[in-house]
Design a protein around this ligand. Structure first.
Ligand code: SAM
Length: 205
């Protein structure tokens, strides 16, 4: 039995359903070496899963929430994964991020549960830190031009806006326009389970 304290570990039930489909995408798209920064790590279950599968990369978790960072640290200790660095306090909306260049950036399920300023900061911060060809990976539910939004996502959007009027599903085209303004190429979209999508942006040379 482990003597490591486990009380700070949180569990986000959706992670058990989406972590393997996301990992399948990342396996094919992440670089062979270097540091992967995760924005909005939440419970830390994703980064633990990815680091276990891809231990040749260095994994940098982050979240502005102290409770989230405590959970990430507790998961990392419990799973004994040396590839995961200690979590850092990082608010994507801030101009100054406490980290320098990285090889890839992941952001799962934050864009719709934060003000638009967080997405703007995410894309500007990623553009400033990624090398040419570097990957910015987003995952979550989005609205898409010319496509009907699934009823479950419409209901989710309503619920989000009720909780905070600054939240809500974003239009993929708006995110891609922002990414283009910051030197990223066109979105590569991969359909994922439960009406979510993976969005991959590569920094142009
Ligand atoms: C729904 S949770 C997703 C957590 C995790 N990525 C997952 O998919 O389980 C949203 C996370 O976004 C974080 N968050 C909210 N606003 C943020 C911001 N401005 N910058 C970075 N993270 C933010 C929250 O602290 C929370 O951990």
């Amino acid at each position: 039995m482990s003597a490591i304290p486990t009380d700070a570990r949180r569990i986000a039930p959706a992670t058990a359903r989406n972590r393997d489909p996301i990992l399948d995408v990342l396996r094919a798209e992440l670089p062979a070496s270097g540091t992967v920064l995760e924005i909005a790590s939440g419970s830390g279950e994703h980064i633990v899963h990815f680091a276990r599968a891809l231990p040749h990369l260095r994994w940098q978790p982050s979240d502005p929430s102290p409770d989230a960072r405590a959970s990430v640290a507790a998961w990392t200790r419990a799973e004994e994964l040396p590839a995961i660095l200690p979590p850092i306090a990082l608010d994507a909306a801030d101009d100054a991020w406490p980290i320098g260049p990285v090889e890839a950036i992941l952001c799962i399920n934050m864009v719709h549960i934060s003000p638009w300023a967080a997405t703007k900061g995410l894309i500007a911060g990623a553009a400033a830190r990624l090398p040419d060809g570097g990957l910015l990976y987003l995952y979550g539910p989005y609205r898409r031009t010319g496509m009907v939004t699934a009823p479950s996502n419409e209901a989710f959007d309503e619920d989000l806006r009720r909780r905070d009027p600054r939240w809500g599903l974003r239009l993929l085209d708006d995110v891609s326009a922002l990414a283009a303004d910051h030197g990223f190429g066109a979105a590569h979209v991969i359909e994922m389970p439960a009406n979510n999508i993976s969005i991959l942006y590569r920094k142009l040379a």
